[in-house]
Design a protein around this ligand. Sequence first.
Ligand code: GDP
Length: 412
Amino acid sequence: MDIVILAVVIAVVALGAISGLVVSSRKKKQLPPAPPSSPSVTAPPAEPHVGEEAEAPTAKPRRTVEEVELPPAEAPAVEEPVVEPEIAEPAPAEPAIEVPEPTAGRLVRLRARLSRSQNTLGKGLLTLLSREHLDEDTWEEIEDTLLTADVGVTPTQELVERLRERVKVLGTRTPEELRLLLREELLALIGTDADRSVHTEPGVGVNGEEKPGVVMVVGVNGTGKTTTTGKLARVLVADGKSVVLGAADTFRAAAADQLQTWGERVGARTVRGPEGGDPASIAFDAVKEGIAENADVVLVDTAGRLHTKTGLMDELGKVKRVVEKHGSVDEVLLVLDATTGQNGLVQARVFAEVVNITGIVLTKLDGTAKGGIVVAVQRELGVPVKLVGLGEGADDLAPFEPEAFVDALIGD
Ligand code: GDP
């Protein structure tokens, strides 16, 4: 009898184990694997994990910086069992979301970084103009100083002509008069009327829905393009905007990782795809994601290589056209490395052939005496310099303000 009972018990236990296995294997099958090649959206780590916002396909209210920075007030929808871990392993520290510096006055704060241009352009010119006798040799030296600082031939000639006229009228010159005169003329050369704001205002998409401001960042790899995209995200977050990043530079290995890291630091999502994937589809998906989550701005990083002009450069045109299927691209920023001088101007020309550049970002102005490139590149493209890079620090990107720039060069 006992043996019969024992056999029944064993049979029941065995059946239970088999059915348990079947259920758990079914459960596993219910979780579809993520498609490996489709662009993925990576959420910043400090976002709430429950009811993850990025995954909801419906439009949500616009997120503010405060919302990004603070944990949600409401209780999580899924209750987690309160189990105290026996051994509290130190959890891997999630990077805290940073609060970027306000953008106002950044150029003034960073003015010391312009010291090389300051010595060449500003102080160099003032010293020459202060000479008692402004003979032909001195004027030639003034011209050389401007050319060395990459101001460009035509603007240099114009400036020297204006200075000659005004110095003659002035007669005796005090240092203060000379400084004011040079300030006025440099400002006239750079221009104070241009609209230097980065256009990021939301608009209306092709389906009548609200569309984030869309900014494409273009330029040759190595100029600081991805870094600038990351820094610009910080500028926008500092100004209270929510940002989605599109990692469409699939040409350079690690560009997407680099951008994602920048995004995570300020709570911005990054839409990315496989290395070597189609940049246009990533850019398209980034804007789609921006629309879905009611972001204020979508920044799209792109790839650029001049020596493969017909490949990557045509691709750039395609990225823009594909993004425009959602609605307008509001800003196309060309990133130029200020230390490359004339080479930068050649790059500017090539990019302007492929996309309609609306603003220039001059990077690495901290590492050059060639601050005059501001003048030359604006003349070349007929487009204003909107931002300047003055270092490798996260907040070393400043809105370009002609007055602050000139004052930094010649002292105030
Ligand atoms: P990309 O290939 O154009 O995307 O170039 P990256 O964004 O990777 O930048 C190339 C290098 O330039 C990096 O080491 C950046 O830190 C550096 N860089 C970018 N902007 C500036 C700047 O304004 N000043 C300085 N000194 N370095 C910069």
